[in-house]
Design a protein around this ligand. Structure first.
Ligand code: GUN
Length: 283
């Protein structure tokens, strides 16, 4: 572990290029796509994410509005806001930032969003379309992972891919997208027997478990491509991925850093989804 062998996949630069492409296509539309972001309560991390989404959308020429609701809002009140946004012709994309306070069922809220405006791709209709190969709106972080792999020139056809984590937001959709791209996909998780051995078989490893630096250098095959979706706050305040970066970079063929890897792609893909939803709705 003396030097970095891996090529660094620069998510910040790839995301900036995608945002510029979205801005150029938006400017040529003749109308402004609308994005409504709903933030409930005062979770500091959610507030940071929502501010970034709002700012990036405005920079891309999207008419973004953030609707802030108190942590005490009832589920009925939030559903009424969603219904109003569904009916608003100027709104092309609706995003309700998660997590929601305990009195609100996230599932009920997600299912209330018009699937055509569901720029997170979380509605069961969009989840179903992702799995039957007819997707229009794909969850932003998984879409960003696929774009990073494409930009890095990774050949997925026939490749052994391992997805570490089976969440509805990242692990499951990433596995579906990798399968659609003709990779041979294993989904590993907290109950997987001999996780290091499973990881070592992978030519492409996507880590999305939310545990800081859980994946060690000796879990990674020489030359493997490592995509680190984790964003974890260490006790000393630093951000760390799910992968022990320095160890992994010494053996991997290519790797995404944290920060500056998958994170910036999530927002860029949200903008692309909003543009896509706007074009699909308004022709
Ligand atoms: N909270 C953490 N990630 C996300 C996301 O991608 N979308 C929403 N709506 N909330 C989140």
């Amino acid at each position: 572990m003396t030097e970095t062998a891996a090529r660094i996949i620069d998510g910040k630069a790839i995301a900036a290029a995608l945002r510029a492409r979205v801005a150029a296509r938006t400017a040529a539309l003749g109308f402004r796509p609308g994005l409504a972001v709903v933030l409930v309560g005062d979770d500091p991390a959610s507030a940071v994410y929502v501010r970034s989404k709002d700012r990036a959308a405005k920079e891309a020429g999207i008419a973004a509005e953030t609707i802030r609701l108190p942590a005490t809002v009832t589920e009925a009140e939030l559903l009424a806001v969603v219904a109003r946004l569904n009916a608003d012709a100027a709104v092309d994309g609706i995003l309700v930032q998660l997590p929601l306070p305990p009195q609100i069922r996230a599932r009920a809220v997600i299912e209330a969003i018009d699937p055509a405006k569901d720029v997170d791709g979380f509605h069961p209709v969009n989840v179903g379309r992702l799995h039957d190969g007819t997707a229009t709106l794909v969850p932003c972080t998984p879409l960003g992972v696929m774009k990073l792999l494409a930009e890095a020139g990774v050949v997925l056809r026939g490749a052994r891919a391992l997805v570490l984590g089976r969440s509805a937001i990242v692990g499951k959709p990433v596995a579906a997208l990798l399968t659609a791209a003709d990779a041979t996909v294993t989904v590993a998780h907290s109950r997987t027997r001999d996780l290091p051995a499973e990881c070592r078989r992978a030519e492409v490893l996507v880590a999305a478990v939310g545990r800081a630096e859980m994946v060690r250098g000796d879990w990674i095959a020489s030359g493997a491509v490592v995509i680190d979706v984790g964003i974890n706050r260490l006790p000393d305040g630093r951000l760390a991925g799910d992968v022990a970066y320095a160890e992994a970079a010494a053996v991997a063929g290519a790797i995404t850093p944290v920060p500056g890897g998958v994170g910036p792609m999530t927002i860029a893909c949200l903008l692309e989804n909003t543009l896509g939803a706007a074009v699909a709705r308004r022709g």
